[in-house]
Design a protein around this ligand. Structure first.
Ligand SMILES: [Mn+2]
Length: 320
C-alpha cells in the first residue's frame, strides 16, 4: 500500500482525532485543518482542531473556525485521543508554539504538508513540495480517496490555495494548481466570497500598522526591511498578519532588490521575520540562517532575543 492508502487506513482505524493549526496561522493552515475536520466528521470520527494561540477573528468566516480549541501544549491531556494529524506545519516549534514543548508519545501522528523544509519525521508523512498549498495536497488525497467534495468543503480548500499563492500569483505548478482551482469552483467553491473576505475586510488598525512598516522601510544592497518593536505593535492593538501583509504586498515588489523582510517583535523577546522575494530569489536560505524555513518566495523565522539584539543580528547576518 502506498503512503496515501496507509494514511487513509490509519484514519479509518482511529476514533478520536486531533488536528493542529500552526503558530501564526495563515489561510492554508486553517483551510487544511478545517477541511480535514470536515472530512473526518463526515466519516463519523470525533475530530478536534487545536491551536497554541488565540484565533484571530478575521478568520472566523471560514467554516468551523469559531470552533477551534485553544490549548497549552505543555498542559493538554492527550490521553483521550488516538491520532494527531499535523497539516501544513514544517517544524515542531510551529505545532506547539515553542521549541521547549515536545509532543507526547503513545499517540499516532500523520504529517501532511507541502513545505520543502518539512522536518517532521513521523513514519506517516506526506510532503508534496510540488503542490502550492497543503489544501492542494488534500484535494489530491480526497480525490484519490473518492471523498465527495461539496460546496462548503470546496470553499474551504480553495481558501488555502488562494492564501498560499496570494490569489494565484505564486504557484508551484501553475497548470496543476489552476486545474485544481477550476475543479473546486465547479464543485461550488465560492471564489467571490473569498475574494471579498481576503481583500475587502481589513481591520482599520491593521492597515495603519502596515503604514508604519512602509514609512520605516529601509534599503540595503539586495533587500529592503522594516521593523516594529512590541511597544509600537501594542499601540496598534497587535493586529495579526501585519508583517505578512506588508511583506507580501509591498516589500517584495520594490524595484531593484531581490527580497524584503518584515520584522516584528510579537512578544517581549520574541522577534518574528517574514521574508518575501521576487520569483527568482530563494529566501528559504536566508530564513534558515535564523533557524526558520518555508517556501522559495515566502519564508519565516523567529529569533528569541531582545528587539535591539535581534535587529543587530539580522542586519549583520543579511548584509554580511
Ligand atoms: Mn501552506
Amino acid at each position: 500500500m502506498d503512503i496515501k492508502g496507509e494514511i487513509l487506513r490509519k484514519i479509518k482505524l482511529s476514533q478520536n482525532i486531533l488536528i493542529n493549526i500552526h503558530k501564526s496561522p495563515d489561510y492554508d493552515s486553517f483551510s487544511s485543518a478545517l477541511s480535514l475536520r470536515y472530512f473526518l466528521r463526515k466519516l463519523g470520527k470525533k475530530a478536534t482542531v487545536i491551536s497554541c494561540q488565540k484565533i484571530n477573528r478575521h478568520f472566523h468566516f471560514l467554516e468551523g473556525a469559531k470552533n477551534i480549541k485553544v490549548i497549552n501544549y505543555s498542559k493538554f491531556d492527550f490521553s483521550p485521543y488516538d491520532l494527531f494529524i499535523i497539516p501544513d506545519t514544517a517544524t515542531m516549534e510551529r505545532v506547539t508554539g515553542s521549541v521547549e514543548i515536545k509532543l507526547p508519545k503513545g499517540i499516532d501522528y500523520i504529517a501532511i504538508d507541502h513545505h520543502q523544509t518539512n522536518e517532521i519525521g513521523y513514519p506517516l508523512r506526506l510532503v508534496e513540495s510540488r503542490s502550492s498549498a497543503t489544501a492542494e495536497v488534500l484535494f489530491d488525497l480526497f480525490d484519490k480517496w473518492r471523498v465527495k467534495i461539496d460546496p462548503r468543503l470546496a470553499t474551504l480548500l480553495l481558501a488555502g490555495i488562494l492564501g498560499d499563492t496570494v490569489f494565484l500569483r505564486f504557484c508551484e505548478d501553475r497548470k496543476k494548481t489552476m486545474e485544481t482551482v477550476l475543479q473546486l469552483v465547479r464543485k461550488g467553491a465560492d471564489m467571490d466570497f473569498l475574494s471579498e473576505k481576503f481583500f475587502e475586510d481589513y481591520a482599520f488598525n491593521l492597515v495603519r500598522a502596515v503604514g508604519y512598516f512602509l514609512i520605516n522601510l529601509k534599503r540595503e544592497k539586495n533587500f529592503v526591511w522594516s521593523a516594529m518593536d512590541f511597544e509600537t505593535y501594542k499601540k496598534f492593538g497587535q493586529p495579526e498578519g501585519v508583517r505578512e501583509m506588508a511583506a507580501d504586498n509591498f516589500f517584495r515588489g520594490v524595484r531593484g532588490v531581490g527580497y524584503g523582510v518584515a520584522i516584528l517583535e510579537t512578544k517581549k523577546g520574541v522577534v518574528n521575520m517574514s521574508f518575501r522575494s521576487k520569483k527568482k530569489v530563494d529566501v528559504t536560505k536566508y530564513a534558515k540562517l535564523f533557524g526558520g524555513g518555508g517556501h522559495k518566495n515566502a519564508a519565516g523565522a523567529t529569533i528569541l532575543a531582545s528587539y535591539d539584539e535581534a535587529i543587530k543580528k539580522i542586519r549583520t547576518t543579511l548584509s554580511g
